[in-house]
Design a protein around this ligand. Structure first.
Ligand SMILES: [Zn+2]
Length: 115
């Protein structure tokens, strides 16, 4: 049985790496939703229209719009690991395409050692 002092302490995840991972995942989902709007949405609309008639198409369009809005709002909620403020928006301005924090200027993906 190993003695306690030989057990390595658990390595805590780097908060910067975790924050950037969350931002990248959220940004990827938003882009796939946005770019998939026409091909995937068209396929879904055609299928739903064929199955349920023309009355179901606006409902599906609203659901797809709500999903896109949800993904963009999730991306805009991301926080900067350095200043802990919203990464991609200020009180009066928001830019989901920004590559740096709109408050402190920290570039997305910067390692903790370089920040
Ligand atoms: Zn910041």
């Amino acid at each position: 049985m190993p003695t306690p002092y030989r057990v390595p302490p658990p390595i805590e995840p780097d908060p910067y790496a975790e924050a950037w991972k969350t931002v990248r995942r959220s940004r990827r989902v938003t882009w796939f939703t946005f770019l998939g709007w026409v091909p995937v949405g068209g396929l879904i609309m055609a299928t739903v229209t064929r199955l349920f008639g023309d009355g179901a198409a606006p409902f599906v369009a609203m659901l797809m719009g709500a999903w896109l809005l949800f993904t963009v709002l999730s991306l805009m909620k991301a926080q900067c690991p350095r200043c802990a403020k919203p990464l991609l928006r200020t009180r009066t301005y928001g830019n989901p395409l920004s590559r740096k924090c709109l408050h402190c200027g920290l570039a997305i993906g910067t390692a903790k050692a370089d920040a």
